[in-house]
Design a protein around this ligand. Structure first.
Ligand SMILES: *Cc1c(COP(=O)(O)O)cnc(C)c1O
Length: 463
């Protein structure tokens, strides 16, 4: 589908304003399976259902706004990644996308490993029973307490991000009489975001140790000398919402180049290479993500080819999808509060949440789609901007989309693909109470993260 500033045909307003939006779908009631969780559909009354439950019932029971998560879909996607990569590779779910104890248990049951990047995420993972050896600990500035906790717990790997950290982790492990498995995170000078990637990106960012000027080789040199460290491999993470595999190709080429240098200098063949996460999902019907099996095949071919070229044993690959697993599994359910048409511009639809439950639109100019969920409508499409209730004009949830022209206060609308980086980035701005996450499966719903209450807010405010 093509994007255009002026989609064909006058709709609602005679002249449509400039904008980055897709022409309205032929049927606004249709739910594109690309952007909705697997079990989402409409019942005989036209109400959106998920896991066999109508959103009107969910709204009544759990209130709005709420994140509604399709557990069967989550498990399907986790399993698809696990199966695609098989037993010769490891899949680490990136917990920062969305983490709760229920999620940890699903991952454990589906055979996935888990990435954490803070003491809080580690505590959540451990408290839900994820075996420590299946946890990887990330981050560019882990505190001494976090390092000690991770080493004591026996996490499977710590991903080292700086020269200081190499020494810190080594000392901590030695003082505890342990040898910690580590990977060294390098920046390969590749930057990938959505449809483009840059092979010669500046390594001007906070993560990783630059490959280009020999710093990464020096990091490996130092780490190999420290008794507290067992250097198992190299880590690279090149971006987010990536559709084009060529960024991974360049990254793998450069990482394998380092493995070769390490072999030539130290006589050591590092056993693992982690290519990070960042695989894209469909936020709108314009996005065409690849299936896990296609990604697995492409990555494995790339690494095998590069290693053959360098006459290296092919290392074990790991990947770290976050968004690609949880993103499409949830939608946010809102109630419409006000509908404000601005003649010749667009109609502002205010919902009962906003940037406190979805900061991505304000933060990254992220695109979302939206659907009327509590009923169907045959009214003409109108161009809308879905906005929140916060005191900030940038408080936008969906920048440009079409909803039926008879949309009214009290209608429920749903924004799909909000499973990743929405609840996990939610805030209490304006003392908003963060929405619950309701998991739905086989006709049953349960709260896995409850809604915050005024009591929760006041408990932190000790006067
Ligand atoms: C954020 C992150 C991921 C996950 O990214 P997604 O876009 O959610 O797949 C994986 N690995 C690292 C190191 C990250 O920082």
């Amino acid at each position: 589908m093509s994007r255009s500033a002026h989609p064909a045909g006058p709709r609602h307003a005679d002249v449509l304003p400039e904008g980055h939006y897709t022409a309205p779908a032929d049927d606004l009631n249709a739910l594109d399976p690309k952007v909705w969780a697997h079990t989402v559909g409409r019942d005989a009354d036209g109400v959106v259902t998920v896991g066999g439950i109508a959103v009107t019932q969910l709204a009544e029971e759990y209130g709005t706004p709420a994140y509604i998560l399709d557990e069967a879909d989550f498990r399907d996607r986790a399993r698809a990644w696990r199966t695609a990569f098989g037993t010769d590779a490891d899949v680490f779910y990136a917990g920062k996308a969305f983490l709760s104890r229920a999620v940890v248990r699903w991952l454990d049951e589906e055979g996935l490993n888990l990435d954490v990047c803070s003491g809080g995420e580690l505590a959540t993972a451990l408290s839900a029973g994820m075996p420590a050896e299946r946890i990887a600990f990330h981050g560019n500035n882990k505190s001494p307490e976090e390092i000690e906790r991770a080493v004591r717990a026996g996490v499977g790997r710590i991903v080292l991000d700086s020269f200081q950290e190499i020494v810190r982790v080594a000392h901590t492990a030695e003082s505890l009489g342990k040898r910690q498995r580590v990977q060294i995170r390098v920046t390969v000078g590749v930057e990938a975001h959505t449809h483009e990637f840059i092979a010669t990106a500046h390594e001007d960012q906070k993560f990783g140790i630059p490959l280009a000027d020999g710093q990464a080789a020096e990091a490996v040199r130092r780490a190999l000398q420290l008794d507290g460290l067992d250097v198992i491999g190299i880590h690279s993470h090149i971006g987010s919402q990536i559709f084009d595999m060529s960024g991974f190709e360049v990254a793998a080429h450069r990482v394998v180049g380092l493995l070769k240098d390490v072999r030539d200098e130290h006589g050591v063949e590092l056993a693992e290479i982690d290519l990070g996460g960042g695989l894209g999902i469909a936020y709108t019907s314009d996005d065409d993500p690849r299936e896990p099996h296609e990604i697995a095949k492409a990555l494995s071919e790339i690494v095998t080819r590069e290693c053959e070229g360098a006459r290296l044993r092919t290392p074990r690959i790991s990947v770290e999808p976050g968004r690609a697993i949880v993103g499409p599994t949830a939608f946010t359910l809102y109630e419409v509060g006000t509908v404000k048409p601005l003649e010749g511009l667009r109609t502002y639809v205010s919902v009962d949440g906003g940037m406190s439950d979805n900061i991505r639109t304000a933060l990254y100019d992220a695109e979302y789609s939206v659907a009327l969920a509590s009923r169907t409508s045959d009214a003409e499409p109108m161009l809308v901007r879905v906005v929140g209730k916060h005191c900030e004009s940038g408080d936008i949830v969906v920048k440009d989309a079409f909803l039926p022209g008879d949309l009214a206060p009290g209608d429920l609308i749903a924004v799909p693909a909000t499973g990743a980086y929405c609840r996990s980035m939610a805030s209490n701005y304006n003392h908003a109470m963060r929405p619950p996450v309701v998991a739905v499966r086989d006709g049953a719903a349960r709260v896995i993260v409850r809604r915050e209450t005024e009591e929760d807010l006041l408990r932190l405010d000790v006067g």
